[in-house]
Design a protein around this ligand. Structure first.
Ligand code: SAH
Length: 345
């Protein structure tokens, strides 16, 4: 459990932990339901919890804290209505949160860390490294703030914003449990995707949770030589180990795995690369998401041509591997994959 100034964040407790915490204080079990409801509604102070007695609110304030966040900036895409928020936490650190509208509902893309330590060569989030992990409550607040702001229920969550979720495992685990809790936001695990650059130990821990979320793997290359050029994590966990972990994950959860593949001109987008990728993924129930690499000012990668994308897809499909090109949303507000950054703009 993370503590700030020695006090635990109430919003980062699971329901059962909250119950135990309150009972230990001498409170009745049902109080947990009241407090959990306030926390899931985004209460930012104990005084808002008007159905609790004043002495209990004071006791809570003495023994715990509340993760807090607000929308510091908001940008709306004129192209497709995608909304990007700069969310600021109590210590002044910021992350970005993006709301996208698809025909099947409203999706929020949330961040798990301030900055990122993974160092992928094409990504803006990692420039400047990792500042800190987000608390479970701070991850949850992104969903709550976005939902309140748009005034519509958020139906899907993708953990594809700033940060590497499996590098912040314990907080992400609590967040997943809490956002899914029927007494809280009640978002089904099947409507949640978690994307990782490939931390094998984290994938195994996630498999142990045995929850039916969608696992997305940022693969981006068909072999270690190419992957090693852009993704330092590949030195720690080469592709063979990563795919073995994916197979273990699939054996436990029976879920289709999604592989993300940023198409970079001249780096990983040839027909031979596609054929090699198809061989690699053989036998894994999966889907390949091709993302024409997004431009990041500090990076010199160019996106693949439409012809290269088509060729790549047709090679995969001939090999029986379903693949689609991810739609680019929020292009005018730098809200696309890999363009999010921790700094204020
Ligand atoms: N750390 C996690 C979560 C980030 S998700 C992960 O690596 O999966 C963001 C997705 O966008 C990842 O697949 C990431 O590799 C990809 N990405 C990063 N920079 C990009 C860029 N410039 N263009 C396209 N995709 C990019």
């Amino acid at each position: 459990m993370e503590h700030t100034a020695g006090k635990p964040d109430l919003r980062s407790f699971t329901y059962e932990e909250l119950e135990a915490f309150l009972i230990e204080m001498g409170e009745k079990r049902f109080r947990a339901g009241q407090v959990f409801a306030w926390l899931s509604k985004g209460a930012q102070s104990f005084d808002e919890m008007t159905n609790l007695s004043k002495p209990l609110r004071e006791k809570l304030a003495q023994t715990s804290m509340l993760s807090r966040a607000h929308i510091a900036e908001k940008y709306v895409s004129k192209i497709d209505g995608t909304v990007k928020y700069l969310i600021e936490f109590d210590d002044g650190e910021c992350v970005e949160t993006v709301v996208m509208r698809y025909h099947h509902g409203v999706t929020v893309c949330i961040s798990s860390q301030v900055g990122c330590a993974m160092g992928c060569g094409f990504c803006a989030s990692t420039i400047g490294g990792k500042k800190r992990d987000l608390l479970a409550g701070e991850i949850l607040l992104q969903v709550i703030l976005a939902q309140d702001d748009i005034g519509e229920r958020i139906s899907n969550i993708v953990m594809m914003g700033i940060g590497e979720p499996l590098d912040n495992f314990e907080n992400v685990r609590r967040f997943l449990i809490n956002v899914n809790d029927a007494r809280g936001l009640n978002i089904g695990y099947r409507h949640i995707s978690l994307s990782t650059c490939g931390l094998v130990d984290g994938i195994d821990r996630l498999a142990q949770m045995d929850i039916p979320i969608t696992l997305s793997i940022s693969l981006h290359a068909p072999n270690d030589e190419i992957r090693g050029r852009t993704m330092p994590v590949n030195r720690r966990y080469p592709i063979r180990e990563l795919l073995a972990a994916c197979r273990r994950y699939q054996a436990v959860t029976t879920r289709r795995i999604s592989f993300e593949y940023a198409m970079i001109d001249g780096v990983n987008d040839s027909a031979a690369d596609a054929a090699e990728l198809a061989r690699l993924l053989k036998g894994i129930l999966c889907h390949v998401n091709l993302i024409p690499v997004n431009t990041v000012a500090e990076r010199s990668y160019r996106r693949s041509s439409t012809a290269a994308l088509k060729r790549f897809i047709s090679v995969l499909e001939e090999a029986g591997i379903p693949a689609t090109v991810r739609r680019t949303l929020g292009a005018d507000i730098s809200a696309s994959c890999g363009q999010l950054r921790q700094k204020r703009l």
